[in-house]
Ligand binder design. Structure first.
Ligand SMILES: Cc1cc2nc3c(=O)[nH]c(=O)nc-3n(C[C@H](O)[C@H](O)[C@H](O)COP(=O)(O)OP(=O)(O)OC[C@H]3O[C@@H](n4cnc5c(N)ncnc54)[C@H](O)[C@@H]3O)c2cc1C
Length: 497
């Protein structure tokens, strides 16, 4: 926790707004590519990684798209694995980048942020079993998912996830798939470690308790950034060549302030989350997997329920959820006015159209808000049949702001993915949305370089360094089985998984 007030640096090469996993990753990549680059970070909280990136605020899944069924939609009877393949390739890049940080001893002990936790899909009912079978067949053909195991055998599934099978109706048709090489990631711990390292690097200044308010073009191709110190209410101004808006849910507000044409037509729809946190140490001990089920109709992707082993602050935990909720805040520590004040002439229509088209989501959210503690435990019982209300407590998860954007055909669409908005000249970039989010931070930030640091990114020096940090970046892993094996073996060893 930092309470001291640092003087502002009048001019830096880069300003990072927000100290979440995205800014941390971009800051570290830039500093590795160019050790002379100067960076100034503004974070409104008194510590890094306390919003969506904090371990209790997200599900901690290293999203490699192994078992999250929402990444493999069924279209006309066929299971499409394209999205899963892309996410899986992106996750390998994150693993490579983290392995690089470990190799460089920036994060000497990877166990403090990443652990091996098998991923599973578990379904019940004939239709869902058929879907999972078709999914497994399609996925097994890709080198990314070759090691995926399939089972309809109750004894085997009981070994994989005892608490999921204990007390289950013997006649219920069930099936499961499993990837042993799944991971649980404490993105909050990782974020704080990255900023702790960045702080020691020359030319990096990190301001906590300082809020970014606005950014204006400086007339010379750069930006004047306006900030307020929340400890003494003093306002200040700094100048920079490049701004990254990595303010999580609040990115939309800041993007709207940047005078770039690309900001137009974007809106946001907040969805909050709730976990059931297990208090029973025996149950926690008995479970060692992240088990994903099928989402309810209308549920947003991040609300696909899962019963999850977590490692948070070195302690094993067990969480179920997330249940969805609704709050007009864009950040957990935000304001109830966030949603109403985000509606402007340029995004009002897209937001209305998106609202009208997503009736199922609205109904789903209303149903979720109506849930009583007993209803929630009844949902949990579908995964853990012997669950008892007394063993679980409710815990608030993070706030996600889903992207709404203008669409020529539909008027407005609601998206559940991550979207990077970059100004035409590449001097401003903003990250909207949050899925698959933190897991793909390294790939997203490396992808941003070609747009925002065009000249440097084309140089041999940067290309070589990028290869060193993330050897698979720019490669098609999914068509190269040998490369998949090689990179996984290497990162498994370095990350001590
Ligand atoms: C319920 C839930 C489950 C999720 N599960 C997963 C998962 O299993 N795996 C996964 O990979 N991802 C998951 N995600 C997504 C993941 O958490 C996000 O993609 C990721 O944390 C976003 O990082 P960020 O840096 O963009 O934002 P954040 O971590 O939210 O950081 C933004 C920072 O900006 C600061 N800030 C905001 N406004 C200002 C301002 N004006 N001035 C200065 N600072 C400001 C905030 O205080 C915050 O520290 C989940 C998210 C949620 C909500």
């Amino acid at each position: 926790m930092t309470k001291s007030i640092l003087p502002l640096v009048k001019k830096t090469d880069v300003v990072l707004m927000g100290a979440g996993i995205m800014s941390a990753t971009l800051g570290m990549i830039l500093k590795e590519l160019n050790p002379d680059i100067t960076i100034q970070v503004f974070e409104r909280m008194d510590e890094a990684g306390t919003e969506s990136s904090d371990a209790w605020n997200n599900a901690g899944t290293g999203h490699a798209a192994f078992c999250e069924l929402n990444y493999t939609p069924e279209k006309n009877g066929a299971v499409s694995i394209d999205k899963a393949v892309k996410i899986s390739e992106q996750f390998e890049i994150s693993r490579e980048f983290w392995a690089y940080l470990v190799e460089k001893k920036y994060i000497p002990n990877p166990a403090e942020f990443i652990s091996a936790v098998p991923h599973m899909s578990f379904v019940w009912g004939d239709t869902n079993v058929d879907f999972l079978k078709a999914r497994h067949k399609a996925m097994n053909e890709s080198p990314m998912f070759k090691d995926m195991k399939w089972s309809e055998n109750r004894d085997e599934i009981s070994q994989w996830a005892p608490i999921v099978m204990r007390g289950r109706d013997n006649k219920q048709p069930i099936a499961a798939t499993r990837m042993d090489m799944g991971t649980d990631v404490d993105f909050g711990a990782l974020t704080r470690k990255l900023f702790a390292k960045l702080k020691t690097m020359p030319g990096v200044t990190i301001h906590y308790n300082v809020e970014s308010l606005d950014l204006d073009p400086d007339g010379n191709g750069g930006w004047d950034v306006f900030v307020r110190n929340l400890l003494n209410e003093e306002k200040g101004q700094v100048n920079t060549r490049f701004v990254f808006i990595g303010a999580g849910g609040a990115t939309l507000h800041l993007l709207k302030r940047a005078e770039i044409k690309e900001r137009k037509g974007y809106g946001g729809f907040p969805v909050s989350g709730l976990w059931l946190k297990c208090l029973n140490e025996d149950l926690i001990k008995d479970h060692q997997a992240k088990v994903y089920g099928k989402a309810t109709v209308g549920a947003p992707p991040m609300s696909v329920p899962h019963i999850d082993t977590r490692l948070i602050d070195g302690k094993k935990e067990l969480l179920f959820g997330p249940f969805a909720g609704f709050s007009t805040k864009f950040l957990k520590n935000g304001s109830l006015l966030d949603l109403p004040t985000s509606i402007r002439p340029d995004n009002a229509l897209p937001m209305i159209f998106a609202g009208l088209k997503n009736f199922k989501l609205t109904k789903y959210l209303i149903d979720q808000l109506r849930l009583t503690p007993i209803d929630r435990v009844n949902e949990l019982k579908q995964y853990v049949p012997s669950a008892q209300l007394l063993d679980w407590e409710l815990k608030e998860a993070g706030q996600r702001v889903q992207v709404i954007k203008k669409d020529k055909k539909e008027g407005g669409i609601l998206e559940f993915g991550t979207e990077v908005v970059v100004s035409e000249d590449g001097t401003v970039a903003a990250l909207l949305g949050a899925s698959p989010g933190a897991s793909t931070a390294a790939a997203i930030m490396l992808g941003l370089l070609a747009k925002c640091f065009k000249k440097e990114a084309a140089s041999e020096a940067w290309k070589n360094k990028i290869k060193e940090m993330a050897p698979s970046f720019g490669e098609s892993l999914s068509t190269n089985e040998k490369l998949v094996q090689q990179t996984r073996e290497r990162t498994t060893k370095l990350l001590k998984l």
